[in-house]
Write a protein that binds this ligand. Sequence first.
Ligand code: PLP
Length: 463
Amino acid sequence: MTPTVHNQTRHWQALDAAHHIHPFSDTAALNREGVRIITHAKGIYVYDSEGARLLDGMAGLWCVQLGYGNEELAEAGAKALRELPYYNHFFKTSNPWTIELATKLAQVLPEGLERVLFANSGSEANDTALKLIRYYWNLKGKPKKKIHISREMAYHGVTMAAASLSGLTPMHPQWDLPLAGFEKVPTCYWYAAKSAGYGDVSPEDFGELIAAKLEEKILALGPDNVASFSAEPIHGAGGLIFPPSTYWPAIQKVCAKYDVLLHVDEVITGFGRTGNWFGSHTYGISPDVMTMAKGLSSGYQPISAIALGPRMGDAIANANEELVHGYTYSGHPVACAVALKNLEIMERDAIPARVGTDTGPYLQASLRAAFQDHPLVGEVRGVGLLAAIELVDDKAERRFFPEVGEVGTICRNHCFREGLVMRAIRDTMVCSPPLTITRAEIDEMVALAKRCFDLTAADLGRT
Ligand SMILES: *Cc1c(COP(=O)(O)O)cnc(C)c1O
């Protein structure tokens, strides 16, 4: 947007403060500080109204897989806007973009996931998945199977049900959540195991031990009462927590044993992020229902999807009654056109493979080389183009800082000042760049991060 008044930034800041409430922000504090106005973006960089350039190490909110300024995506959206800016699927109608997107998804999804529904956000997709799980058990004549189990530290979104499913406890008190019927189990956060009192257990043993907690929970609730288990293949907003190799095989065994549906939330891990099309490919997971959003359209349009495996898909498609669910914008033609083009480009340019065999391993090796021996860094972990760097008080003891989040915030602020977007989750620095990032750009990102970590160490007197 072109400035229209003297000191356009201050003008926008004042209007934003007066009229716009921000998500996940302290409104009063933000308004005192003044927001940063992002005006345009290209490739892996975003630019603000004061002319500052930021290297976006988060791909927006983990979603801009193809980077900013992709002309093919813009063209696909513009073409659909001209041809069919809107039509719905309620009146025995469909449109070419929705049909082709559903078909393309069925091709790239893990085997067995062949039917999809569309929604507009990750939260809606998860909400829908839970409704479909409830419906499935009603269709199967098991109406008592209604409890949804999920994990501590999980992030599944913000609607009433998705927030209830989420295990990040700060998400609950303002809204009197979770709702009844939502239960939590501990998660596979090996790095925190020692400080949590599990002793010096190996990652593999810890994966088994934590999966056994799900079995205990199911038995305590009664398998006849448990509808589903929901999890991200890798915790995203919970701090990039990667599963030990033993975890997912053990979890799947437990779900199968007690006839508990497995809902896999691939909102972050989908679409090439882990070096395969889906995190389920990377970890060998066979979901009954999978939810996806973010990278589905590279964030260029709000769209999400719910994919059903054979059990749920067959039951719901053959229920012989109306499915009393759907959004005005389910399968919106413009969003579908952009998502379809996004998947076509990913396929044509072999983006998942490039992440898996080239840029992903390169990022992981670069981060380890830069940070393994850094005075503040306890662990560097990651898969594909997802990486976390754990800032700790005591490396040998794997002990966190006493004031959780303080050091992460110092580091995050240095990053922004130095022109790098990296997010701090507690004291874990996370990065998730666009999947189009080059090796040279990875070098630039890691060098910037190194400078910010050194500045943080200097602030703490720990160089
Ligand atoms: C972002 C996210 C969601 C919520 O998606 P929205 O589009 O913000 O509603 C759900 N699950 C996971 C794993 C996410 O990262």
